[in-house]
Design a protein around this ligand. Structure first.
Ligand code: UGA
Ligand code: MN
Length: 323
């Protein structure tokens, strides 16, 4: 009798263990996400909508509220659209730069990317890239005239103007929806907080830029909420001593100043920003962001030129690979 009980126990033991393990697995909490939620998550759109607390047409969470007939305000729709104009040109690091940029932009709600190629035609690489980027975007192109492709001359003048022209054309006939324009060079580094700051731009807003002008940062100096000067190590005489990455303009201002563009004629190196801003605003009018311009939320990073010394002159690989 004792031995029968003994063998039964050993037959049942594995099953008991399996049940215990199953119970344990079921009751375990789901693993935390790999990255913590950013604290400004209301502005970040999760692709599956999981992060967005208030989204129209989503699964019915609050079923009781569904029958209240008055439509609820749509926070996502009320957000002003951020239009990011990015000039870009073909070079070995182009796709890498655009990939980093898209990875940032994809986390910003209500952003429209205006990508302007410095080229005679839209390239296949950028077209394919944008088609897969998962972002609302517009793909433009305009070549920089050969005579302007020289060291020391301003870059991307024609491309930024093409972006401005597209914006004005698009909003020609309709009353302007709230929007903010920002010039986002393809090689800079942008924090997500920056977009949160610029979204509330009423006319023209400004903030510090890191790693620029031969210093760790440049910034507008602010007193009593107004810009009164510039902390800069380079050409402090500039009317707006600020990099292209250091300001945003409301769509309304762009539309009500239809002639404001970037100019080639008479423009000195480093004066593009001032020449443009002079046409649409004054220093007194500027709106300081980033805690009265005391926080660096964007960096003027520059990518090292790649070493292609060992690249064969004629293709040796058996397949063609896009880099
Ligand atoms: C600095 C400023 O940060 C730029 O905003 C300004 O346009 C530039 O100087 C200038 O000299 O005009 P920097 O890092 O020296 O920037 O310039 P890049 O990053 O080489 O170029 C700025 C943007 O123009 C980039 O998005 C780049 O892809 C684009 N670009 C550059 C072109 O579209 N075509 C070119 O031939 C060169
Ligand atoms: Mn740059």
């Amino acid at each position: 009798m004792k031995s029968v009980l003994f063998t039964r126990f050993f037959i049942l033991l594995p099953w008991i263990l399996i049940v215990i393990i199953m119970l344990d697995v079921d009751t375990r909490k789901p693993a935390p996400p790999l990255t913590p939620r950013p604290y400004f998550s209301p502005y970040a759109v999760g692709r599956g909508g999981a992060r967005l607390p208030l989204r129209r047409g989503g699964p019915a969470h609050g079923t009781q509220k569904r029958n209240q007939s008055r439509p609820q305000p749509q926070p996502e729709q009320q957000l002003p659209t951020i239009y990011a104009i990015t000039p870009t040109y073909s070079r070995p690091v182009q796709k890498a730069e655009l990939t980093r940029l898209a990875n940032t932009f994809r986390q910003v709600a209500q952003l429209h990317w205006i990508l302007v190629e410095d080229a005679a035609a839209r390239s296949e690489l950028v077209s394919r890239f944008l088609a897969r980027a998962g972002l609302p975007s517009t793909h433009l192109h305009v070549p920089t005239p050969r005579r302007y492709k020289r060291p020391g001359l301003p870059r991307a003048t024609e491309q930024r103007n093409a972006g401005l022209a597209w914006l004005r054309q698009r909003h020609q006939h309709q009353r302007a929806q709230p929007g903010v324009l920002f010039f986002a060079d393809d090689d800079n580094t942008y924090s997500l907080e920056l977009f949160q700051e610029m979204r509330t731009t009423r006319k023209v807003s400004v903030w510090p830029v890191g790693l620029v002008g031969g210093r760790r940062y440049e910034r507008p100096l602010v007193e009593n909420g107004k810009v009164v000067g510039w902390y800069t190590g380079w050409r402090a005489d500039r009317p707006f001593a600020i990099d292209m990455a250091g300001f945003a303009v409301s769509l309304q201002v762009i539309l009500s100043n239809p002639k404001a563009v970037f100019k080639r004629r008479g423009s000195q190196p480093g004066m593009q920003e001032s020449d443009f801003l002079k046409q649409i605003t004054t220093v007194e009018e500027l709106e300081p962001k980033a805690n009265n311009c005391t926080k660096v939320l964007v960096w003027h990073t520059r990518t090292e030129k790649v070493n292609l010394a060992n690249e064969p002159k004629y293709r040796l690989d058996t397949v063609k690979i896009e880099v």
